[in-house]
Design a protein around this ligand. Sequence first.
Ligand code: SIN
Length: 277
Amino acid sequence: MGYQTIEVRKVTPVIGAEVHGVDLTKPLGNQQFQEMHDALMDNLVIFFRDQKLSVDQHADFGRKFGKLHIHPASRSPIEGHPEILLIKADETSKHVAGEVWHSDVSCDIEPPMGSILHLQVVPPDGGGDTMFANMYRAYETLSEPIKKMLAGMTAMHEGEHVYRGRYGVNDEGKVFPKAEQPVVRTHPVTGRQALYVNRGFTTRIVGLKRNESAAILEMLYQHIETPELSCRFKWQANSIAFWDNRCVQHHALWDYYPNKRYGHRVTICGEKPFYRA
Ligand code: SIN
């Protein structure tokens, strides 16, 4: 892919690229926007360094790619900006966001298309990397009989066990989203097939016995976690990662306790997942 307005350097041949030559505090021109979208489609997750974005600039960048998503469980820390999701860990944390492999909010009927995370504070001694895995490749490297079995299957994705009690707000009586999603998802832009079950949200494959569903899901999760499907991003203050939830899963490493890691995520609305043979 030839880019004229940005420089794109692959992180691995399988997934991830750093994008250089762009200042995200300034509005994107049409060509730059198009090339950035192409870079995302080609690399699945793109990274930026040294972007000192304000909350408004972060949200504006997200809005270039679509309407912004409001998280079903977490409340924004910033007055007037419900679209901001706080990503924070410190010495008081019992959990961190994204500690298991997942695709963001896949329990929504229309899960987010993409997520843009901007970290402002990173742990002083390193750690806190995020891993990203290529779900096209995960699908493509399954054997043909397994692909055939999964075609047209659906699975339940639920927010209840992930979100209840998690964000320090009173969620008594709150109903968290759940949705039936295709196990193999066709990407609406590239037309490629991607594996779409994840350890975070998927609870069962519809129509199977409990033990059958558990065994197949565990086999798929272990396959998704094959190291060769992933890249690992080392954050610096003011780095950004922008990933496509339709074909990427990610996993945030919490190896820096009790140090602090802090940032904001904006999340871009998506469409109902579908499978087209
Ligand atoms: C998330 O968006 O799931 C958190 C990712 C991270 O903190 O690296």
